[in-house]
Design a protein around this ligand. Structure first.
Ligand code: FMN
Ligand code: PMP
Length: 191
């Protein structure tokens, strides 16, 4: 039996070659404490058997939902390959060392943007945001920009991964992997 991470790596490598941009873009679905869903795109910044990682502001809407209801679904859709991958699982924060390392790899302006943005909160005017960016720039002038305490990563630890491949006449192929004890069980689903 193939393990889902090997298959993910194969499909992801093909997507990196064929998609014109953001082959690492994925929809992230969360739900609030009442079970009401919301969805937005994020970028995959690390993956493996430990899970699928993205980075964000921990005081924004998605983080608020994940902190009260730590379960998420991810969706990749690679249009030119006619494939989708659905991932579902429990969510937790990455450790500080991983977040620091990733933050340090971002461009300086993206680092400053993380300080300037009160993600998901109302913004009275674009000028206010730009002024906050300039303030952050002045504050950290001449030195490295540290990771803001409210900016880190979440890891989705998959319990279920489904690979969908388009076939003629809608006779698509769906391979479902579900976590079982220490391993994975694999089956097919009707399209
Ligand atoms: C292709 C794409 C990738 C994105 N990647 C991220 C990301 O990795 N992290 C992030 O915080 N927002 C990312 N965004 C912005 C989010 O979609 C969203 O607007 C923002 O995170 C606020 O979401 P929230 O209010 O639900 O927390 C991305 C948007 C697009 C279109
Ligand atoms: C607000 C925000 N945060 C984080 C990211 C993640 O990407 P990067 O770290 O490459 O900026 C994105 C990507 N669009 C984003 O829009």
């Amino acid at each position: 039996m193939t393990d889902p991470f090997t298959l993910f790596d194969q499909w992801y490598a093909q997507a990196r070659e064929t998609e014109i941009n953001d082959s690492n873009a994925m929809a992230l679905a969360t739900a609030d404490a009442r079970g009401r869903p919301s969805v937005r795109m994020v970028l995959l910044k690390g993956h493996g058997p430990d899970g699928f990682v993205f980075y964000t502001n921990f005081e924004g809407r998605k983080a608020g939902e994940l902190l009260v209801n730590p379960h998420a679904a991810l969706l990749f859709h690679w249009k030119s390959l006619r494939r989708q991958i659905r991932i579902e699982g429990a969510v937790g924060p990455v450790d500080d060392a991983a977040a620091d390392a990733y933050f340090a790899s971002r461009s300086r302006d993206s680092q400053l943007g993380a300080w300037a943005s009160d993600q998901s909160r109302p913004l009275p005017s674009r000028n206010i945001f730009m002024a906050r960016f300039e303030e952050a720039s002045a504050r950290f002038a001449g030195g490295p920009v540290p990771r803001p305490p409210h900016w880190s990563g979440f890891r989705v630890v998959p319990e279920r991964i489904e690979f969908w491949q388009d076939r003629e006449h809608r006779l698509h192929e769906r391979r479902l992997f579900e976590r079982q004890d220490d391993g994975w069980c694999e089956g097919l689903l009707y399209p």
